[in-house]
Write a protein that binds this ligand. Structure first.
Ligand SMILES: [Zn+2]
Length: 350
């Protein structure tokens, strides 16, 4: 169905960071006539073939480091072989990696019929990214393992969000700038996990603020942006977290999203239940309420799952779920909302 996949051909490519700049003050933009025509001509076919549901849930998966042997995995680590196995399962079950930043932007640019998945890696562990002697990512790090799948699955585009803390990402002062530049150039997201990985709920608010801001400034040197995604150390937030962030605790720095240590797939970004400062993640692994449990659940209950319409600028929703759509949040965006009858597949006016 490549013919129906509609990428960034109209200057709306999600991988361009300038696009998400519009989150603060989105302005109403008119879509090009070409895109309007494309939607008009193809949306009926897309609905019948794929039954898109952009109010469904997606997995946001939390990883930390990698280990050589499966028996050393523990709660957060994954072996090299099992990370590869996870990625293969995700690809074969129709998941397409996007970054946290792309998810919260509401411009979901994955092919029709596919489900986004956000892969996150906390703590900037050395096994997340290492260069080999040849200057390429090794086969024993996250970046290298992801990129090794491209030959086997030509449509697979490696993407992940790396939440970094400490003064040197991936435990490596010498290569820190090279690694971060590599990630940014290859479509990964580098994000904020504070500087010292302290429990923000047990330190004074001024110190918590400094923990977040110091890392934000460090990332800004690479991204050129004051806007960042955030992962809360230990999942422990300070009191009135959302309120304080929204009321400007961080000054002219802007937290576009915040992920939790959670246990279930996250609400759709278009849902009224979605809170960008409280995005639940699921742990990697194969036990109850871990990644494999939820992949089974979404396979057995496909109505719960986010299914893309393949058009980044359209939000396609079955009419039975329309009441959950967060109209206010997306009112002034360039997204076009398409609601269709669950039974007849006919487009209905919301
Ligand atoms: Zn951490």
């Amino acid at each position: 169905m490549d013919a129906l996949f509609f990428g960034g051909d109209f200057g709306m490519n999600i991988s361009d960071n300038s696009l998400v700049d519009s989150e603060v003050a989105r302005t109403q933009k008119f879509m090009t006539a070409g895109l309007e025509n494309y939607i008009d001509e193809n949306i009926d076919g897309i609905i019948k073939e794929f039954e898109p549901n952009e109010l469904g849930s997606i997995p946001v998966v939390m990883y930390h480091n990698l280990v050589e042997k499966e028996e050393d995995e523990g709660l957060y680590a994954r072996s090299y072989a099992n990370l590869r196995k996870d990625l293969v399962r995700l690809i074969e079950e129709g998941y397409v990696p996007i970054t946290t930043r792309e998810w919260v932007s509401g411009k979901i640019d994955v092919p029709a019929g596919k489900t986004p998945v956000v892969l996150t890696f906390d703590d900037g562990h050395p096994t997340d990214f290492q260069f080999g002697e040849d200057g390429k990512p090794t086969d024993e790090c996250v970046v290298g393992i992801m990129e090794s799948l491209v030959g086997e699955y030509p449509d697979f585009v490696p993407k992940a969000t790396f939440y970094l803390n400490g003064p040197a990402a991936f435990g490596d002062y010498e290569y820190d700038p090279d690694k971060i530049s590599y990630l940014l150039e290859h479509g990964y997201e580098v994000a904020n996990h504070t500087t010292n990985h302290l429990n923000l709920s047990t330190i004074p608010i001024e110190q918590a603020k400094e923990e977040i801001l110091s890392q934000a400034k460090r990332l800004e040197a690479y991204t050129g942006e004051k806007r960042f995604s955030f992962s809360v150390p230990f999942g422990e937030k300070f009191d009135d977290y959302d309120k304080k962030i929204k009321e400007g605790l961080l000054g002219d720095y802007y937290m576009i999203s915040s992920v939790n240590v959670g246990w279930c797939p996250t609400y759709s970004v278009y849902s009224k239940d979605f809170n960008e400062l409280s995005i639940d993640r699921i742990t990697c692994g194969e036990d109850d309420f871990e990644l494999y449990y939820w992949l089974d659940d979404l396979k057995n209950n496909p109505e719960k799952r986010f299914i893309s319409d393949g058009i980044a600028s359209a939000i396609t929703i079955p009419s039975s779920l329309y009441e959950n759509y967060d109209r206010e949040r997306f009112l002034n965006t360039e997204n076009r909302v398409i609601v269709y009858d669950d039974e007849t597949y006919k487009i209905v006016n919301p």
